[in-house]
Design a protein around this ligand. Structure first.
Ligand code: ZN
Length: 154
C-alpha cells in the first residue's frame, strides 16, 4: 500500500529499450501488479536514494515466447502499403474490434507469419533502478487502483 517513485532504465540484449531518465520518475502502487512481478519483488527492501541492478528472467517478466501466439495470414490479406518484412509492427482488429498488436515474423510467397507475443516475451530484462520516493498511498488511490499525481486527481 505504498506509492513508490523510481527512475529506471531497461536494457534488453544490451540495448536501452525504455528509460525514465530526463523525465518524471515512474510511480506505482506496490502490490497492485502495476509493474512486472520479477522487478517488484526486488524492490521491497529498498530505501529512498538507493540504486540497484535487477535481472529478470522471461518467466517473471513478459513471459516465455508462446508458440501458440504465431498466426499465418495470406499475403493477399494485407494492403499494398504495408511493408511485409520481419519486424514490421501492425495494429490489427480482432472480431470484436479491439486492437491487437503483432509483428511480422517471417514472410513466404503465400503467407505472412505474425507474432502476437509481447515484444519483450522470451527476453531477459536488465533494470537499473533508483528509488526517488516512497509514501503511503491514499485511500482514493488504493480504491481507484492507480497513483494520483499532479495531472490526474480523479
Ligand atoms: Zn483516480
Amino acid at each position: 500500500g505504498k506509492v513508490v517513485s523510481m527512475h529506471y532504465t531497461l536494457q534488453v540484449d544490451g540495448k536501452v529499450v525504455d528509460s525514465s531518465e530526463g523525465g518524471e520518475p515512474l510511480q506505482f502502487i506496490q502490490g497492485m501488479g502495476h509493474i512486472i512481478p520479477g522487478l517488484e519483488h526486488q524492490l521491497y527492501d529498498m530505501e529512498v536514494g538507493q540504486s540497484k541492478s535487477v535481472t529478470v528472467p522471461p518467466k517473471e517478466g513478459y513471459g516465455e515466447t508462446d508458440e501458440a501466439a504465431f498466426m499465418d495470414v495470406p499475403r493477399t490479406a494485407f494492403p499494398d502499403n504495408v511493408p511485409l518484412e520481419r519486424g514490421t509492427e501492425l495494429e490489427l482488429r480482432d472480431q470484436s474490434g479491439h486492437p491487437v498488436y503483432a509483428r511480422v515474423d517471417t514472410v513466404t510467397d503465400e503467407n505472412v507469419r505474425l507474432d502476437m507475443n509481447h515484444p519483450l516475451a522470451g527476453k531477459e530484462l536488465h533494470f537499473d533502478v533508483k528509488i526517488a520516493g516512497v509514501r503511503p498511498a491514499t485511500d482514493d488511490e488504493v480504491s481507484h487502483g492507480h497513483v494520483h499525481t499532479g495531472d490526474h486527481q480523479h
